[in-house]
Design a binder for this molecule. Sequence first.
Ligand SMILES: Nc1ncnc2c1ncn2[C@@H]1O[C@H](COP(=O)(O)OP(=O)(O)OP(=O)(O)O)[C@@H](O)[C@H]1O
Ligand SMILES: [Mg+2]
Length: 252
Amino acid sequence: MNKTVIEAKNLDFYYGNFHALKKINVSFSEKCVTALIGPSGCGKSTFVRLMNRMSDMVEGSRAEGVLQIMGRNIFDPMFDVSELRREVGMVFQHPNPFPMSVYDNLVFGHIIAGTTGKSELEKIIEESLIAVDLWSELKDALQTPATSLSADFQQRLCIARAISIKPEILLMDEPCSSLDPIATQKVEELITTLKKNYTIVIVTHSMQQAARISDFTGYMYIGELIEFDRTEVIFRNPTDQRTEDYISGKFG
Ligand SMILES: Nc1ncnc2c1ncn2[C@@H]1O[C@H](COP(=O)(O)OP(=O)(O)OP(=O)(O)O)[C@@H](O)[C@H]1O
Ligand SMILES: [Mg+2]
């Protein structure tokens, strides 16, 4: 059994009076892909956004309970959020490269963090593009505007940017939803490769995608984590009737 890197204990989350996450108790394992599935509005994005405290940006929101990332409760008042964001990278639904060159997309955060040596920056670029299998395609096109790349390249570049800071955990909120099937397949293959080095949490509307790439799956419904288990158990032999109804396509 891999060690636990993310653990929620009686985790509740509110947007004002709206109770968006209800008493979540779950552990996610290191160097595994964990998928969160469930119908629209059930709290999948809310849960992953909490994991790097992006939720802090929503005024009037509050969390209760414990969310431990790599052994530390991220709601502890002494907790350093900027350190958390270095350990927990995030990739979004729509590729969101900065309106800059490929090169600048990859070095921007590092320059702000104080890395200025040319050879060091070049090493970061090479390593992160190799990791997403874009090095041979882009090594001679580093000055290309990132927004002119295909959607698939843009999303892989965003993944490269996220992993260039060497996080432990990579959060992906529907990373393939704006990609065509071929690009989706490339990103899925990439996720499978990346889990050798990273703990990955992926939100997906595609049950097939969860079944293809995840080791564990959590089924959420109206703010509750209804069932969590190894992916094959969730899809072949779920315990809860609500999970069964969702995976058999009765609603959602
Ligand atoms: N900033 C916000 N302020 C108030 N309510 C919000 C906010 N963001 C989300 N919600 C509400 O919280 C609930 C959970 O939303 P969330 O976006 O986490 O769901 P989701 O499972 O990711 O849905 P989808 O599959 O559509 O992306 C929804 O009822 C949503 O309307
Ligand atoms: Mg969402």
